[in-house]
Structure formats: C-alpha cells, structure tokens
Design a protein around this ligand. Sequence first.
Ligand SMILES: Cc1ncc(COP(=O)(O)O)c(C=O)c1O
Length: 329
Amino acid sequence: MDQVFEGLGQGLITSPLTFLATANAARMCDAPVAFCDVDRDTGLMTPETLEQAFVQAAFPVGVVAPVHLGGRVADLQGLADVASAHGAVLIDDACHAPGASYLSGGEHRRVGDGFAAIASSFSFHAIKHLTMGEGGAVLTNNLELAKSAKAFRGHGMVRDPGAWVSPPEPDAPWYYEMHDIGYNYHANELSCALGLNQLSRLEEGLRVRRALVGVYSEFLSDVPYLSLPAVPEDPNEHAWHLFAVAIDFESAGKSRGAVMRGLMEAGIGTQVHYIPLYRQPYYADRNVDAYPGAEYYYSRTLSIPMHLGIEVKDAEEIAAALRRVLAGK
Ligand SMILES: Cc1ncc(COP(=O)(O)O)c(C=O)c1O
C-alpha cells in the first residue's frame, strides 16, 4: 500500500465516535491521526467540523475517514468538497451503512459507489447487516488502490503481467512477483457462500429495521428524559445498524450505568457507541474540551436492541422497561 499512500498523503482525520478500528487502520500504516468533532445530536462529522479539524491538524492530512455512525449517512459530498479543497481524499467507514444512500448533485447515490469517496470500507462481523462471520470488503473507484489491496490481502503476490517489474522466466505460466509485504486476508469460500446469501437479503433487512424504527418511535415518543434519534427526510439515508436514544441522565437523576443495569435485570442488553477515541490512553489526547459535540453526544447516548429478531411486542416491552427504569421503579 506504500506507493498509494505516498500519493494520498500522510495523516488521517476521522471521527472520534467510532470503533477503534477506523483510527487504528491509519496507525498500522504509521500515519498520524487527528480527530474531528461531530454534530452533537447525530454524532456525525460535518463540513464545518471538518474544516475546523483541518485548521487544527498538526501534520499534512491525506485522508479523511467519515463514519456513518449507527447507519446514518454523513454528508459525504459536503465532506468530500472540504477534503478536496485541502488536497485530501475521502475514504468512508461504511461498516454501519451498507445499502444506505446519500444525496449528491441532486441525485440519490448508494454508499460505496465511489462517487464522493475514493474507497469505502465494510465489515462482515457477526453483528453487522451482512455477515460472513468475520471479514470485510473495500470498494474503490481507484485502480491502483484496488491492485494494491488485492496484493496486500494475498501475501503481496502480483499475478498481473502488466505490473511485473522483472522479465518473467520464458514460458512460465506459474510466474508471479512480490513487490511489497502482504498478509493472508483472503475470505474463505464457506464464509463467501454465507456472505452471498446475506447480500441477497440486505434490502429485506433494511426494510425490517426501518419498520422497527417506526414502532420504537411510537412507543418511546413520550418517555421522560429521552430523545429519539432523528429520522432523515429521506429514509434511505439511514441503515439503522444501531438505534441510539439520547437520555438526559442528569435530569432523570439516574446514572447511565444504573439504567443499563436496570435494563439488564429485565433481560435487555444495551451498549454505548462509542467511548470517544481521544479518551483512549493510546491516542493520548485528553483535551476533551476540543470536542464539545462528541462529548455532548457521548454523555447522553444509549443503544437499545436493534436487530431483525425484534418483534412489536419486544419493542413495547423494551419501551416499558426504559420508562420504568428511568422513573426509578
Ligand atoms: C464503525 C466500524 N468501523 C470498523 C469496524 C471494524 O470492522 P472489523 O471488526 O470487521 O474489522 C467496525 C466493527 O465493529 C465498526 O463498527
């Protein structure tokens, strides 16, 4: 990947509200990472927060990696415009948003279509929309990046004769070259069979998730201290990987831990997505005041169950339990 990343530049700007992997990917290439603040209600990077991150970055930035937190697609075109004005490219972390769309130049486009971003990454971990058990994919519109990624996932093997750098042995159909180090990141065929089947069910899964949002919104709309996640005007711009409500724990007089434990006693698992990455000792940036949007979002967020197995009666029970726990009963 070295040649490609030399071309792309040095550092990465990403959202602090993401799984560790987004920033770690840059660190694995020895690239420095800067975090960008987010909108305090959606948890998404915006063109304005990105502009500010560029001004504050202490190193040249080559790549911007927005995250479609919870499945809500960030303003990809707006972010791409800011990135390109600073000589950087966009690689979106689309792990939460397979099948979702975004608006660009008045047209609806699919995440991963290579229009605003030069590459988009997807995870096929067990809890994702589309799973292969583990693994993932990168979609790119950049031929060089695609060739590098292919070699990288296969021990650095280059089989394309057009890319060979030394004269091949004559009449040697077995010939290949290695130009750079690579790893064994192939997906196995059993996982791929599962993945293809999952892919055929992606649209159906998105429909079920969007319907569940309607059900939750109805049952939760009048729960005190709780705000529902905003539904985008175009429902296709959200894949609903998560259903994250915002709770004013202070006014409710309950800590988030107590609420999580109360729900767990009722058999309801919840989670916080995510601890902002600048709070991680590894990233060693404890200046939380620099990220008011992310801090506000983090202080209130709680993800309640969102998966295809949830039925209307489950959503009703979850809403009732939340109401009960928040009322201290
Ligand atoms: C937003 C986000 N980015 C990256 C990843 C990493 O994906 P994987 O675990 O497949 O490497 C995940 C997985 O949980 C994720 O949720």
